[in-house]
Design a protein around this ligand. Structure first.
Ligand code: GLY
Length: 596
């Protein structure tokens, strides 16, 4: 097996070398001829090594200068036109974000929050935290009953009480203030036009709105634009006049058009219809925060990712440190050794996440210790390559998770090599399911990302400790992992995905797919994924990810295997050796990479 892998890898390295040489020789041909040549060449070469990488025939969109990869073709197209008009990657990302709030309402948002990791062409990097905060009236025990148990009323996941103070609009203005070059008005206008004139539903867009009709009815007392007696179909047009009006206020009045005045009044009135806690003061005082990105190395690559209150950057680097100790490229992609190692690392890293990570403005997160190589060597030293470690011997607590993919990610690279990686979320699909009356946007249900009761899992099955307990104004712990990778000081990859607790492991595997297994960007995104998160003590395996003999081997080692439909919905960009860009837009959704 090892020998076969070595032969395959040598062959594939040899083919890549000659591909690079051939591609550099056609640089002087016309763009379309080159694209045609490149695609044909790569198809030809990939058929030669098909036995090594089953997905290798797939090449993502490739462009010469700039690219946007996002969850919706309309949003990606808007980002591209911003850059064609001279805007930079940050301008494009802002326009894409607002567009997703209209055409991807299950996760794109102005009523949620997120994180941005930015690397400018001069090599400087930064991270913006526009995560939601707990309202000032929030309390540690707000979702517990009189016995101190979690109540069964779904208050942390459904309805007005589940919402944190939204950070997305402030975040977009903070990004623009530091890096924007086009007027904010021009970046919001395309979203206003889509909300006012309507957009056509995709098949998947119609499907998800149809499956949420009952929740929409339960949590809204006005005829929201997503409600309809007959099922929505692909091609149906959705108009959102209230959302258009809100976006016009943001365009004309700036950040205050959302956090003060009529929209703030509408949001607070919505809160007062139920148990919502967000006040005018909470809105007026919301501030996004610039933070220092988490940075580390992996096999000669520099990894730049999101620091707390996301657990993503720390967990990703811990996983990579543990992986670097092993020759996984020799073992192979998704073979039992690799899947076993990843799962063993993941159960330990997710246990650390639960114990140590929370909002750094409220708790001391031991970032340096968690990223210390001596610590991680010791942490992973007891991993046996022969048998699974029961999670109960790593720590305690269990419940099956409810999967939600409804966060969203966008990656942008502009012609100057500036790069932005943004993951943003309402938490669940359509967040709290509450559409603010008159203002037309969904509110998040991000409060469920707090640990309502230490040791009791949230909707993702994630267990938290005191570090992530609820407190007024505190930010809830996240798994969002917007990430940028460089090599030899040059931009190499922009990566990210939705997927709740599975975000970290999907980003992790995508990096391994490119760095260790030599895949292209689209191929790395398409590749089937697996996931372990300490509790529940199981490896979740995407449909067709592992052949039966591999599953048998893992079970023989003591792993429990749980099939799952889909893992991740990535939006990534890879800089190819000749400087062109390859998009990786996830076929699991409507994700689309476009550029020029
Ligand atoms: N709401 C999912 C996360 O932030 O991890």
């Amino acid at each position: 097996m090892l020998l076969l892998n070595l032969i395959q890898k040598t062959l594939s390295d040899w083919i890549s070398f000659f591909a690079d040489r051939l591609l550099s020789n056609v640089k002087k041909t016309t763009c379309s001829m080159r694209l045609f040549f490149n695609i044909s060449l790569i198809f030809l070469l990939c058929s030669a090594c098909d036995f090594h990488q089953p997905n290798q025939k797939v090449l993502g969109t490739t462009t010469d200068h700039a690219m946007v990869s996002s969850a919706h073709p309309l949003a990606s197209a808007i980002g591209v036109s911003v850059m064609q008009d001279g805007g930079n990657a940050i301008d494009a990302a802002i326009a894409v974000h607002f567009a997703l709030a209209v055409v991807y309402p299950q996760a794109g948002n102005i009523g949620g929050g997120g994180f941005a990791v930015i690397r400018m062409h001069d090599g400087s990097s930064s991270a913006l935290d526009f995560r939601e905060t707990a309202p000032s009236l929030a309390t540690k025990r707000m979702y517990l009953d009189e016995n101190g148990d979690l109540n069964n009323k779904r208050w942390s996941t459904h309805g007005r009480m589940s919402s944190g103070v939204p950070g997305a609009v402030d975040g977009m203005f903070s990004l623009h203030k530091r890096f924007g070059s086009k007027s904010m008005e021009s970046l919001i206008q395309p979203a206003i036009d889509l909300a006012k004139n309507g957009y056509e539903l995709t098949f998947l867009g119609a499907k998800i709105i149809n499956t949420t009709q009952e929740d929409f009815r339960e949590h809204n007392d006005w005829p929201i634009p997503y409600l309809q007696k007959s099922p929505w179909e692909k091609g149906d047009r959705i108009l959102q006049p209230e959302l258009a009006e809100t976006l016009v206020r943001i365009r004309d009045e700036g950040r205050n058009g959302f956090y003060q005045g009529k929209v703030a009044d509408q949001l607070v009135a919505e809160m007062q219809k139920g148990k919502g806690l967000i006040s005018h003061d909470d809105l007026a005082n919301y501030k996004s925060v610039w933070r220092t990105p988490i940075a580390g190395t992996y096999r000669n690559h520099k990894i730049i990712s999101m620091p707390p209150p996301s657990s993503g950057g720390i967990a990703l680097l811990q996983l990579l440190q543990g992986t670097e100790m092993h020759p996984i490229a020799d073992w192979g992609h998704n073979v039992s050794e690799t899947v076993h190692l990843m799962s063993e690392l993941e159960r330990r890293v997710y246990a650390d996440r639960a114990t140590y990570v929370g909002d750094p403005d409220f708790v001391e997160v031991p970032v340096d210790q968690l990223l210390d190589s001596t610590y991680n060597h010791q942490r992973f030293a007891d991993i046996s390559m022969k048998k699974a470690t029961p999670s109960s011997t790593v720590s305690a607590g269990t419940i099956p998770p409810i999967e939600s993919q409804e966060t969203t990610h966008l990656s942008v690279v502009d012609p100057n090599g500036n790069a932005v990686s943004i993951t943003t979320t309402l938490n669940s699909s359509f967040g709290s399911k509450v559409l603010v009356e008159g203002a037309g946007f969904f509110l998040n249900n991000e409060m469920d990302d707090f640990s309502s009761k230490p040791g009791v899992p949230n909707q993702f099955g994630l267990i938290g400790g005191d570090a992530n307990a609820i407190a007024p104004h505190k930010r809830m712990l996240s798994s969002m992992t917007p990430t940028i990778v460089t090599k030899n000081g040059k931009l190499k990859m922009v990566v990210g995905t939705p997927g709740g607790s599975t975000i970290i492991t999907s980003v992790y595997q995508t990096l391994l797919n490119v760095i260790d297994f030599g895949m292209g960007m689209q191929e790395a995104v398409n590749a089937k994924k697996v996931h372990h998160q300490w509790y529940p003590d199981e490896i979740r395996v995407e449909t067709n990810a592992l052949p039966q003999p591999t599953i048998d081997q893992l079970q023989a080692m003591g792993h429990s295997i749980t099939p799952t439909d889909k893992l991740g919905r990535m939006d990534c960009i890879l800089i190819l050796p000749d400087g062109r860009l390859e998009g990786g837009a996830d076929p699991r959704g409507d994700n689309t990479a476009l550029g020029f």
